[in-house]
Design a protein around this ligand. Structure first.
Ligand SMILES: Nc1ncnc2c1ncn2[C@@H]1O[C@H](COP(=O)(O)OP(=O)(O)O)[C@@H](O)[C@H]1O
Ligand SMILES: [Mg+2]
Length: 379
């Protein structure tokens, strides 16, 4: 039985754990808080701060896993580089995990590989942010280099707005690196995630593109297949292939692109793991992104991936200032549509806008209608 050390135990980790358990793996789920979603379905749990070098090292040495599988960015990745040197398998690779821990490293890599991106720069002070934004010369997006799910992210169009953005970024950043990426705001036509599969042999393949809509920098709904032209698909596939081959290893990657009104494909970011917008694949594909990641990381042959039916996912969110215990109401009403499915993540408590579950349906309209009927209420 292969032993998996899962670093991060959110909803994506939970579904990955279920996929791994189905094919006979032993999973140790780690996170900073107790009873995290993946811990509810794993064999063992470890609660500790994964940004703590010594603790992370200690856990790896304690369990001696066959595979170390990160589910979040907030991990002390230098430990994973050393672990890989010492013979551990880091998924997809220590390089991929290290370069995607912060936005700047992966963006610099994309630029180095010649991918089309929004114009961007970095800033470490408010003055520098204003200077760099003026060079870009139009509306900009400002994001801490270390953050996810829209935390600390905002848009700015003037010096006053930039000052607000700087403050907001410092409040929303993870870790202690006061650095933001400031990038040209792309008035895109739509955006996609291209789930890209890299096998150990170096073979690269793709799922059908997933369209998605974001609010506050966080995913609200997604659908698959996205309505892309063949030209857009080809350009995105080529860029994604370049990126994943450079990062190396084996696993599934979520590669995000903006598609502008002229059909240009602009690389945005990449996660070396299943992607939140890819939850729709639990409904649409014969093998979900989690099944694929599980098989590919183990080095098993990749089955033929097909879309069984088109579909959409819609998040079930906590309210803005929510905290503490909760109940979820309205699921029976949502299921009056006989074609709707859902997942509740089982997070132990509420936080502002926290993602608590997801609705899955054959169309975006149905997913939206069903999600509207579901309420997360503080107890
Ligand atoms: N330069 C930009 N122009 C327009 N929209 C952007 C830009 N950067 C980010 N966004 C919007 O914010 C979302 C989240 O940004 P992203 O860089 O993917 O951060 P995260 O790592 O939090 O997902 C994107 O999916 C997109 O909708
Ligand atoms: Mg993103």
């Amino acid at each position: 039985m292969k032993k998996i050390l899962l670093l991060g135990s959110g909803e994506l980790g939970k579904e990955l754990t279920i996929s791994l358990k189905r094919i006979g793996c032993n999973v140790i789920a780690c996170d900073a808080y107790e009873n995290a979603p993946a811990m509810q379905v794993s064999d063992k749990n470890e609660v500790f701060n994964m940004l703590d070098k010594e603790k992370l090292n200690g856990i790896i040495n304690k369990h001696k896993p066959d595979f170390i599988v990160p589910e979040v960015e907030a991990i002390e990745t230098s430990v994973l580089i050393d672990a890989e040197k010492n013979g551990y398998n880091v998924i997809p690779s220590a390089k991929a995990v290290n370069l995607t821990m912060n936005r700047d490293r992966i963006r610099d890599r994309a630029k180095h590989l010649g991918l089309k991106t929004a114009n961007f720069a970095y800033a470490e002070t408010e003055e520098e942010l204003i200077l760099e934004a003026n060079k870009i010369g139009k509306k900009v997006a400002v994001k801490p280099v270390m953050s996810s799910s829209g935390k600390g992210q905002s848009y700015a169009n003037s010096e006053d707005e930039l000052k607000v953005s700087w403050k907001f970024a410092l409040e929303g950043m993870r870790g202690n690196r006061k650095r933001v990426i400031v990038e040209e705001f792309i008035d895109f036509d739509y955006e996609i995630t291209l789930l890209t599969i890299l096998e150990k042999s170096g073979k690269v393949s793709f799922c059908n593109p997933i369209g998605h809509f974001q609010k506050r920098g966080d995913y609200q709904y997604s659908w698959q297949p996205a309505d892309c032209s063949q030209d857009v698909i080809s350009k995105a596939q080529e860029a994604a292939k370049n990126m994943v081959l450079d990062l190396g290893g084996s696993g599934i990657f979520g590669v995000e692109f903006f598609i502008d009104k002229k059909g240009e494909v602009i690389f945005s970011e990449l996660s070396p793991r299943p992607h939140d917008t890819g939850m729709v694949t639990m409904f649409t594909q014969n093998f979900s992104q989690f099944d694929i990641h599980a098989r590919v990381l183990l080095g098993m042959p990749l089955p033929e991936i097909k879309i069984n039916q088109p579909g959409a996912s819609h998040v079930i969110l906590a309210e803005e200032n929510a905290s503490g215990d909760y109940i979820i109401e309205g699921i029976e009403e949502a299921l009056e549509d006989k074609n709707v499915d859902y997942r509740i993540f089982g997070k132990p408590f509420l936080k502002s806008y926290r993602r608590m579950g997801v609705v899955l349906a054959p169309s975006l309209d149905q997913a939206k209608r069903a999600a509207k009927k579901i309420f997360v209420k503080a107890k």
